[in-house]
Design a protein around this ligand. Structure first.
Ligand code: PHE
Ligand code: FE
Length: 278
């Protein structure tokens, strides 16, 4: 995405490798950048106790993310690799779809190096290191979720070839970014877009406005999304196995159905077969 201005000087001075990766240069984060991470971290952890999925909270622990400051890839990667074979790489900004999917298919998660400014604590549109590492990486410590993310990368490459990425992207949006899971203790958050947002962490579980719909893959693939508002529909899985198993089938016939019958749902809309949670 060439129209993005890079404000992080450590990113701006680097020429990305062909796979779009750059060096983190962890020593060059400023004290203020580390302090912004700490502020965001403390605020989210306080909110997420009792709201985030147990697997997400376990991931924070397993990867020692409670240490102060922006995580150093040199320490987090060996831990993550040992757990599920995943590693994090740094990229300057959003990468092209094929590059992104190829990284996922090889168990590499691309993360932005830069951190938001103090004026953007509550919202920024592009993913920064807090969203990418705090939001996404704890779930990559979970073996089933880790497998799902790799499979998604392979499926992404396939969807690119089939011209059905608009359908598959919705699956990422409503699971990886904005997914909820039902647990014996109630609904919990596992989506990275929610766990990294103070406002949406509360809203997604407690507000009366959004609908919470039981997971249905084809329904998700027919559901539009909007990127700069809190969601109006969340999809709730029973387990990560349910998510993984549902996506193991060959999607070619699914894509065919979606192309033949173009029924789609707006973010506020409900479908006749929806199973809603109270
Ligand atoms: N099974 C999917 C396909 O045939 C691939 C996929 C797996 C997509 C997991 C998303 C998540 O294309
Ligand atoms: Fe994300």
């Amino acid at each position: 995405m060439s129209d993005i201005t890079i404000h992080d000087p450590v990113v701006a001075r680097q020429t990305p490798r062909p796979d779009f990766s750059i060096d983190q240069c962890w020593d060059e984060y400023t004290a203020d950048e580390h302090a912004i991470w700490d502020l965001l971290y403390e605020r989210q952890v306080a909110l997420l106790e009792g709201r985030a999925a147990p697997e997400f909270l376990a991931g924070l622990d397993l990867l020692s993310l409670s240490q102060s400051g922006i995580p150093n890839l040199d320490s987090i990667n060996p831990a993550l690799k040992a757990l599920t074979g995943w590693e994090i790489i740094m990229v300057p900004h959003l990468v092209p779809d094929d590059v992104f999917f190829t990284h996922l298919a090889n168990r590499r998660f691309p993360a932005g190096r830069f951190i938001r400014s103090r004026e953007q604590l509550d919202y920024l549109q592009e993913p920064d290191v807090f969203h990418d590492i705090f939001g996404h990486v704890p779930m990559l410590a979970n073996p089933v979720f880790a497998d799902y993310m790799q499979a998604y990368g392979q499926g992404g490459l396939r969807a690119l070839n089939l011209g059905t990425l608009h359908n598959l992207a919705r699956l990422y949006w409503y699971t990886v970014e904005f997914g909820l899971i039902e647990t014996p203790d109630g609904l919990r958050i596992y989506g990275a877009g929610i766990v990294s947002s103070a406002g949406e962490s509360r809203y997604s579980l407690e507000d009366d406005e959004p609908q919470r719909i039981r997971f249905n893959m084809e329904r998700i693939m027919r559901t539009e999304y909007e990127i700069d508002i809190f969601q109006k529909s969340y999809f709730v899985i029973d387990s990560y196995e349910q998510l993984f198993d549902a996506t193991q089938q060959d999607f070619a016939p699914v894509y065919e159905r979606l192309t033949e019958d173009k029924t789609s749902f707006g973010t506020h809309e409900s479908a006749p077969q929806d199973r809603l949670l109270p």
